[in-house]
Design a protein around this ligand. Structure first.
Ligand SMILES: C[S@@+](CC[C@H](N)C(=O)[O-])C[C@H]1O[C@@H](n2cnc3c(N)ncnc32)[C@H](O)[C@@H]1O
Length: 256
């Protein structure tokens, strides 16, 4: 079996790796040097946000703007550290400040890939159980981050987020059963693997409606080919068009 080191897993040229490390050093120095708290947040975050991360922010703003006129929750399948959860929370706070019903629900094992989610092809590619696990306190960090962002929302007295821990193949049907009135406005599939994407997609489709947006983060990613392959097993792409934003190379979305 081919084993990959972390940089092979995550990709990128050595110049990019060096530039990322340099931005990280600068970010910590800026936090240290800036005098005011709001200055630390703005200067350190924005100066060091590279083109790739900025493209993601702009892409998800396009996506959130597509759902402001349809009901339902925003789901994120595959949360890891909660970065995208925070972004989705903040974008919905900006774009629909008074929609207290726009729940952001993030699902993750918080311990990386479950063994039974990996196909033989993915194992042969070098992926293994618990890859992409964050730290032991990743969920707590994500929770703290969302609580801090809530303070800046237009309806700061109301919580609009929830994290669901466990294998999505078990937790997603349970969540839908516990929330019979919930429909899906937006679901971001970001688990990277084929099997949980296929199974979750079936559950999500059953609660979707016309206009629901489904984002597949690795729809055309050579390191995760099974995500797109499994989507195409469930969805007829001759009838539903996967759209590619000009901002991101691997991600596609479908508007039902
Ligand atoms: C690429 S990361 C998610 C990154 C996150 N969406 C972001 O942009 O900040 C993939 C995550 O999917 C999770 N994952 C993979 N298979 C899963 C499954 N069957 N159930 C729950 N989580 C799963 C992993 O634990 C990992 O944290």
């Amino acid at each position: 079996m081919m084993m990959l080191n972390r940089s092979q897993h995550m990709g990128g040229r050595s110049q990019e790796k060096n530039a990322l490390e340099e931005l990280e050093r600068i970010r910590l120095q800026l936090i240290d040097r800036c005098e005011y708290q709001n200055e630390k947040n703005w200067v350190a975050s924005v100066s060091c946000l590279n083109r790739i991360s900025l493209s993601k922010v702009l892409f998800y703003d396009e996506i959130v703007r597509r759902i402001t006129n349809i009901p339902g929750v925003v789901m994120e399948l595959g949360v890891q550290w909660g970065a995208l959860t925070s972004l989705l929370y903040n974008l919905t706070s900006v774009r629909e400040p008074y929609n207290f019903r726009r729940q952001i629900v993030g699902f993750d094992t918080f311990s990386g890939f479950p063994e039974r989610s990996l196909s033989q092809a993915e194992l042969d590619q070098g992926w293994k159980a618990h890859d992409l696990a964050g730290a032991a306190d990743a969920k707590q960090l994500a929770e703290r981050c969302l609580e801090a962002h809530q303070v800046f929302s237009g309806m700061s007295h109301m919580s609009r987020h929830e994290f669901v821990e466990g294998d999505v193949m078990e937790t997603l049907p349970v969540w839908f059963d516990a929330n019979p009135s919930a429909t899906v406005a937006l679901c971001v599939f970001d688990m990277d693997l084929g099997i949980p994407t296929r199974e979750a997609l079936k559950h999500v489709l059953a609660r979707s409606q016309k206009g629901t947006v489904l984002v597949f983060d690795e729809y055309a990613h050579p390191r995760f080919p099974e995500e797109g392959m499994m989507v195409r097993q469930v969805i007829d792409t001759m009838k539903l068009q996967p759209m590619k934003s000009e901002l991101l190379p691997y991600t596609s979305y479908i508007v039902l």
